[in-house]
Write a protein that binds this ligand. Structure first.
Ligand code: ADP
Length: 394
């Protein structure tokens, strides 16, 4: 490895990690620590095709990361001898300030903490990983890479909401967008598949995982994206509603007396495919639909229809697209969702090749389709490592 970077994605009760080369984007080791703070935690460490599991209680993120260091020591290359150039942290919300990766110091840490107001579910957990890693690796540069940063180029017409000035000016209310590292990576790969420079093509990226968003990328720059102030806006997701009439919140508050915390949780955790079908996992929804479950069939239609509306509107926003790229768990694996999402877009220049779609691509449109449709596996950790290496080598 010429530029090994330890990439850390710290959640509230889990930490994912990967040792990635920032030049080649190859990952030599990866792992996840789950159920931190519960009676039994699990560390799963993968190296050289082997999986090692350790089950015991990790009381907090510090104990989890210490177990990660021990796992590196035991299996493969100890971190101390791996020539690490940095520890890179995925941070969900960078607000208006962080539009590039940044080396973390105390002041950056405090700024990320202040941004927790905009991402209360994510930034505090990211911050915990940063604090623990700074103590654990005091001599290494620690870099924050923000999910929002790629969308800093979204123009006012797409990022401003028509809401009172004080909301916008004093409370940071605007569209920020998320999944930025994935949209950046996949749009670049899409250009590569077309044999062109990213600056020469317009690409629409549909990142369909548990969280899901669509981005319009014009000549390498994000110009619109479906998530907004928070990751709640846009597509129907595993447990999130995506777009709704905001007045539904006031209506339900008046009707039931539910608090705003309850309503926030209802829309973020109890909505989406879960609310429509009882299932979060798209494979289970697809199986139920195939088995004749009417609710699952309708939910799939709703899911695909929402994606189709965004793709159609982004073809308009871009004034024409060269490619549509599907990525993440559902986008990479569900031929049914891809076909459902593109169904009636023939008139807009999308001609799906059914056999290629069923086979999983990479190119899944016909050779004469004006817009090339593709499946591009995302690599968020690789992109974080690449951006980190670029920052430190510049
Ligand atoms: P996250 O947003 O948590 O990173 P992923 O990108 O891993 O999520 O995507 C998770 C989603 O991908 C789940 O809803 C899962 O059901 C779905 N998925 C994974 N494999 C398949 C498959 N073969 N067919 C349909 N959906 C799949």
């Amino acid at each position: 490895m010429s530029a090994p970077v330890l990439v850390i994605n710290s959640g509230s009760s889990s930490i994912k990690y990967q040792l990635v080369d920032g030049d080649t984007l190859e990952a030599s080791t990866s792992g996840v620590i789950e159920r931190i703070g519960q009676s039994e935690s699990i560390l799963t460490h993968r190296h050289a095709g082997e999986k090692h599991e350790r089950r015991e209680r990790f009381a907090d993120h510090a104990a989890g990361l210490e177990a990660m260091v021990a796992a590196f020591q035991e299996h493969g290359t100890p971190l101390a001898g791996s020539g690490l150039i940095a520890v890179a942290h995925r941070v969900v919300h960078g607000g208006e300030r962080f539009v590039q990766p940044v080396v973390i110091d105390d002041e950056v840490e405090q700024a990320v903490e202040r941004l927790s107001a905009l991402a209360p579910l994510h930034n505090p957990a990211n911050l915990e990983g940063i604090r623990v890693a700074r103590k654990l690796f005091p001599r290494l540069p620690q870099v924050a890479v923000f999910d929002t940063a790629f969308h800093a180029t979204v123009p006012e017409r797409a990022h401003l909401y028509a809401v009172p000035a004080a909301w916008r000016e004093e409370h940071g209310v605007r569209r920020y967008g998320f999944h930025g590292t994935s949209h950046a990576y996949v749009s670049r790969k899409a250009a590569e598949l077309l044999g062109k420079s990213p600056k020469a093509v317009n690409v629409i990226v549909a990142h369909l995982g548990n969280g899901a968003s669509v981005t319009a990328v014009e000549r390498g720059r994000s110009i619109d994206t479906s998530m907004g102030l928070t990751p709640l806006e846009g597509l129907v997701m595993g447990t999130r509603s995506g777009d709704i009439d905001p007045a539904i919140v006031f209506h339900m508050h008046r009707q039931t007396g539910a608090s705003f915390e309850d309503l926030d949780a209802a829309l973020n955790k109890d909505s989406g495919m879960l609310a429509l079908t009882g299932e979060i996992d798209m494979r289970a929804v697809e199986r139920a639909a195939e088995g004749g479950d009417r609710a699952a069939q309708v939910a799939l239609e709703i899911y695909c229809y929402r994606i189709r509306k965004y793709i159609g509107s982004y073809i308009a926003a871009l004034g024409g697209a060269d490619a549509i790229a599907f990525t993440a768990g559902i986008g990479e694996n569900s031929a049914e969702v891809r076909a459902g999402a593109l169904g009636s877009l023939v008139a807009l220049g999308v001609q799906l090749d059914e056999a290629a779609n069923a086979a999983g691509g990479p190119i899944i449109s016909t050779p004469d389709s004006p817009i090339t449709v593709m499946v591009v596996p995302t690599n968020e950790e690789g992109e974080i490592a690449r951006q980190t290496a670029n920052l430190l080598q510049s």
